[in-house]
Design a binder for this molecule. Structure first.
Ligand code: ATP
Ligand code: MG
Length: 393
């Protein structure tokens, strides 16, 4: 029954002079979300809102779902469009709309009108009052409540037509794709990092991702799992490059030359350093990890301090104060959980010590790393040279 969607956005509304940039980015995101549908959608931006119209029939649920994955949209309202053929005809359509959308006639309502064309014969207040009257005439079991109605019936007078809507579906919120710069996500096959990427991307940050694998200790399937997760995150965050770095020789080198209880920390520091290298190349302004205080030995505040010191770029850790269960809940919500829990080995777990340090000291770690001098440099260079870049669309 619906012909179009009216899309409402929240925070962008307060961006002042730059508002149109955010609106344009949001329109682009909406177009991208709809580009794979067989139908042609027209996305326009009349005064402070976005309209998605389609002249053909489309699958309402599918399109709604696609729009619900777009960062920056706060509400998605399916609308019925009618031509301006006088008030009586409009009232008839509004009554028909109420009848279809709300089969149970036992609620309170309020009609709200808005005119973007001021030459309509009735002003907004009059139009709302008249339409409310017609609805009551048609369905005497309904009643009007102007303060706390169960249901709002919206009618907007537009330049070429009128639109009627009522249901408002929740959008994701956040800021549109690419309005906040770019960052590099350290993406492992676990539960946390996809959620971390989602969270930062939701703030309008474009993301690229980097994955460290350790063949033959980690399998092709483990890598495929990360590629799958990147696709799942990209459904929200937009297209990204996934850097796949072969980390095996670096890990073996650390294993050979450094104390075993410091392996994880030292390895993490090298991961960060390599990630920073590619981040700079890509024009990223920061790194993103899925770390959370105290989750494991390598994420105590002392460990985080050591990891952080390996790079000069800001490191964004959106899950820093989340409990594991909260992260799990979010990963289920965004749809990455099922993939994340597939049982393939992770390069960190294979080389992990039985009793890793939980309170590493940076000066000691740096001292241990001096044992790598002369060995690790060519390995770093090789890992960087031989990176595989997978384009995730
Ligand atoms: P996750 O669930 O994201 O794998 P985790 O609980 O397993 O996290 P760690 O293994 O300590 O935690 O990793 C902490 C963070 O370091 C991850 O969230 C991720 O951002 C990054 N990371 C860990 N391993 C890798 C890897 N193999 N490739 C890329 N990034 C990694
Ligand atoms: Mg992990």
């Amino acid at each position: 029954m619906y012909h179009a969607f009216l899309l409402k956005y929240g925070e962008i509304g307060i961006k002042g002079k730059n508002r149109y940039l955010f609106e344009e980015a949001l329109v682009d995101s909406v177009r991208r979300a709809l580009k794979d549908f067989p139908q042609e959608f027209e996305v326009t931006r009349p005064s402070g809102r976005i309209f998605v119209e389609c002249k053909e029939d489309f699958d309402f649920e599918d399109v709604l779902h696609a729009l619900q994955n777009v960062f920056g949209l706060v509400e998605i309202c399916p609308v019925v469009l009618v031509l301006d053929e006088g008030f009586d005809k409009l009232a008839e359509k509004v009554v028909e709309f109420v009848d279809k959308v709300y089969p149970e006639k036992n609620f309170t309502f309020k009609v709200k009108c808005r005119r973007s064309r001021k030459d309509y014969p009735l002003d907004s207040m009059q139009l709302a009052a008249e339409l409310g009257g017609r609805i009551l005439d048609a369905f005497p079991t309904l009643s009007v409540d102007v303060h706390k109605p169960d249901v709002y019936i919206y009618v907007e007078v537009r330049t070429h037509n009128l639109c009627i809507y009522s249901k408002e579906y929740e959008g994701l919120g956040g800021l549109p794709y690419g309005t906040s710069g770019k960052a590099m996500l350290l993406l492992s096959g676990g539960i946390d990092s996809p959620v971390a990427g989602f969270r930062v991307a939701k703030r309008g940050v474009k993301i690229d991702a980097i994955y460290f694998h350790a063949p033959p200790y980690t399998s092709e399937r483990a890598k495929q799992k990360v590629v799958d997760l990147a696709h799942q995150v990209a459904k929200y965050s937009g297209p990204m490059n996934l850097y796949v770095v072969n980390f095996t020789d670096i890990q073996l080198c650390i294993l050979d030359h450094c104390p075993h209880d410091e392996l994880t920390i030292i390895m993490r520091r090298y991961m960060m350093a390599i990630a920073e290298h590619f981040a700079k190349e890509e024009g990223c302004m920061g790194l993103i990890t899925g770390e959370s205080i105290g989750q494991v030995a390598s994420q105590t505040m002392q460990s985080l301090e050591c990891t952080n010191a390996a790079v000069s770029m800001p490191v964004y850790r959106p899950l820093i104060a989340y409990d594991k269960q909260e992260i799990v809940n979010e990963s289920q919500k965004i749809g990455t959980f099922e993939t994340s829990i597939l049982p393939y080995e992770d390069c960190c777990t294979i080389f992990v010590a039985k009793h890793p340090v939980t309170k590493p000291k940076l000066d000691r770690i740096e001292k241990s790393e001096t044992h790598l001098v002369g060995f690790i440099e060519p390995l770093l260079e090789k890992a960087i040279d031989e990176v595989e870049v997978i384009s995730i669309d």
